[in-house]
Design a protein around this ligand. Structure first.
Ligand code: CTP
Ligand code: MG
Length: 240
């Protein structure tokens, strides 16, 4: 019903340091992307799915096609990958979810909350969790500027949900669309200080409210080696 999911999987996984693209790293015998796509399919069986893959990849593209998803070559940054996927959405797409493949174990209930908010008239939706660490500010010299009240902070996850036209508009405003040829893409300035999609809405369409829904601890992003151990443990626990 006009719902599409962009799964970004074109990153290299430098911090994980596994010597292969992160989406290919095995978790319980299957590539991380396979887990991510399974959760998407389970949560939203009717949605169109577009997966961004690293340049020159064939394996991840095959995985995507095996579940009826479209594979597109990603860009040099996450933001450029998202923009390339937006250019490949089916014509009739009304709502789009943008999801990190690296959050390969996101429970279906989180997808459901995001979609429900979109159907409830929200145009930008972000799943969040409370911050559990004590957090301090730091100045340029590395000195403490004091403890920040964590009650007023949230950690941001994916899938983030958007009105498709709005997300396309803020990508264009950020200079990410139209997607240029390779040579131009390298010179496209990335949106500075912006690490997710909803922040583009705040910067370029501040008249739109970004809504929160409850995220989930099992929606953590596999970033460093410890996260991979955790992902493997969660899969083992789920199948145990
Ligand atoms: N991603 C992407 N295209 C890029 C960079 C990242 O599609 N040019 C995707 C990653 O594949 C990942 C998600 O965005 O699913 C979140 O990025 P991150 O966790 O930073 O993954 P990597 O960029 O692969 O990891 P690293 O930064 O450690 O290299
Ligand atoms: Mg990265």
């Amino acid at each position: 019903d006009g719902l599409a999911v962009v799964v970004v999987a074109a990153g290299s996984g430098t911090r994980l340091g596994y010597g292969m693209p992160k989406a290919l790293v095995p978790v319980a015998g299957r590539p991380l992307l396979a887990h991510a796509l399974r959760t998407v399919r389970e949560a939203l069986p009717a949605a169109a799915v577009v997966v961004t893959v690293p340049e020159g990849d064939t394996e991840l593209s095959s995985l995507a096609r095996a579940v009826g998803a479209r594979a597109v070559t990603g860009g040099a940054t996450r933001a450029q990958s998202v923009a390339r996927a937006l250019a490949q959405l089916p014509e009739n797409t009304e709502h789009v979810l943008v999801h990190d493949a690296a959050r390969c174990l996101t429970p279906p209930v989180v997808f459901a909350r995001v979609v429900a908010a979109l159907h409830n008239e929200a145009s930008a939706v972000v799943p969040v969790t409370p911050v559990t660490d004590t957090v301090r500010g730091v100045d340029e010299a590395g000195a403490s500027t004091g403890t920040v009240d964590r009650a007023g902070l949230r950690s941001v996850q994916t899938p983030q949900g958007f009105d498709r036209a709005l997300l396309v508009r803020v990508n264009a405003a950020a200079g990410l669309l139209p997607v240029e040829c390779e040579a131009d893409a390298a010179s496209t300035p990335g949106p500075e200080g912006i690490t997710d999609d909803a922040s583009l809405v705040e910067r370029h369409a501040p008249e739109h409210t970004v809504y929160f829904v409850e995220g989930h601890e099992e929606s953590f992003k596999v970033t460093r080696p410890l996260d991979l151990l955790l992902a493997r443990a969660v899969v083992a626990a789920r199948s145990g």
